[in-house]
Design a protein around this ligand. Structure first.
Ligand code: SF4
Length: 261
C-alpha cells in the first residue's frame, strides 16, 4: 500500500478471488439480532476497506482468505427465510463485510428473498456502487420490491476517510456517488436508499459538512441520515489500540441508546 493509501476498487478484485467462487460467496455467520427491531442476518467474509474500528475485522480483512464457508445464493436465502419465519421476523439483511463483492451472488440472493415476501436490507460501504454504474442500475431494478440500501459512509471528509480506512482519500467520494447513482436510477431517497455515517471521529463541523453534501444530492438523504458510533466490544477496543484511533464518542455494548438500535 502506497503512502496515499490503497485503492478500494482494486482491492475488491483481490478480495473477490478469495471470497467468491463461481456464484457462491464466503459467509462466516448467520444470526438473528436486535437491530432494525429484529432481523435475520447473514454476515459475509471480506471487505474492500480496512477500517481501523471494524467490529468484524477478524473476518473482513484479517483472515478473509480462510474464514467461513462458501454458500450459494439459494442456500443463504433458504437459511435467512427459515430463521426469519421461525422468529416471526419480517426482514433479513446481509452485513458483516462488503456484500457487493460478488455482485451476481448478491443480486440472486435479493431476487430470492424479495420473492419470498420478506424485506431485504443491504448494508454496504457503497464504494463499488459508486465506481461501477451498472451496480446501481441493477439494484434499482428492485425498486418497489421491499428493499433498502443503507450506504454506510466512513467519515465526513476525504481526510477523515483516509484516517479511518487508510484508503486513498479520493475514494471517499465514491460513497456519495453511490447515493447519487441510486437516487438517479429511481430508488426512493430516505426510504429505499439512505446514508449512515460513522460520526465517532468527527466534530459538529463534520456533521454539518456531511449533511450539506447529502442535501445537495437530495434533501431526503440529509434528513434520513442514520448516525453510526463505535460500540466498544473488546475486539474493537483491541483493534483501535493497534490502529491508534480514538473515538470522540462511543458506546459500551449495553449502553447503546434505543434510537440507535
Ligand atoms: S466497511 Fe464495514 S465491514 Fe468493511 S472494514 Fe469498514 S467497518 Fe468493516
Amino acid at each position: 500500500m502506497g503512502q496515499q493509501g490503497y485503492d478500494p476498487v482494486e482491492l475488491a478484485d483481490v478480495v473477490a478471488r478469495a471470497v467468491v467462487r463461481g456464484e457462491a460467496r464466503r459467509y462466516y455467520r448467520f444470526r438473528c439480532d436486535r437491530w432494525y427491531g429484529g432481523i435475520a442476518t447473514a454476515d459475509v467474509v471480506g471487505c474492500n476497506l480496512r477500517c481501523g474500528f471494524c467490529w468484524a475485522w477478524r473476518y473482513t480483512w484479517a483472515n478473509y482468505e480462510r474464514a467461513g464457508s462458501f454458500y450459494s445464493a439459494d442456500e443463504v436465502c433458504e437459511r435467512l427465510v427459515r430463521m426469519a419465519r421461525r422468529r416471526g421476523l419480517e426482514q433479513v439483511r446481509v452485513s458483516g463485510g462488503e456484500p457487493t463483492i460478488g455482485f451476481d451472488h448478491l443480486v440472486k440472493l435479493m431476487e430470492c428473498v424479495t420473492s419470498s415476501g420478506l424485506h431485504f436490507v443491504l448494508e454496504t460501504n457503497g464504494v463499488l456502487i459508486g465506481a461501477r454504474e451498472d451496480y446501481a442500475r441493477r439494484l434499482a431494478g428492485f425498486r418497489g420490491a421491499s428493499i433498502e440500501v443503507r450506504v454506510s459512509i466512513k467519515g465526513t471528509s476525504p481526510e477523515e476517510f483516509h484516517m479511518l480506512t487508510k484508503a486513498r482519500p479520493e475514494a471517499w467520494r465514491l460513497q456519495l456517488r453511490a447515493l447519487e447513482l441510486l437516487v438517479a436510477e429511481g430508488l426512493k431517497p430516505g426510504d429505499e436508499v439512505y446514508p449512515a455515517v460513522m460520526l465517532s471521529f468527527t466534530d459538529e463541523r463534520g456533521v454539518k459538512r456531511i449533511k450539506r453534501l447529502l442535501a445537495s444530492i437530495h434533501p431526503a438523504l440529509a434528513s434520513s441520515l442514520d448516525p453510526e458510533y463505535v460500540i466498544l466490544y473488546k475486539h474493537v477496543e483491541k483493534l483501535m489500540s493497534m490502529t491508534g484511533l480514538k473515538p470522540r464518542k462511543a458506546f459500551r455494548p449495553h449502553e447503546v441508546p434505543d434510537e440507535l438500535v
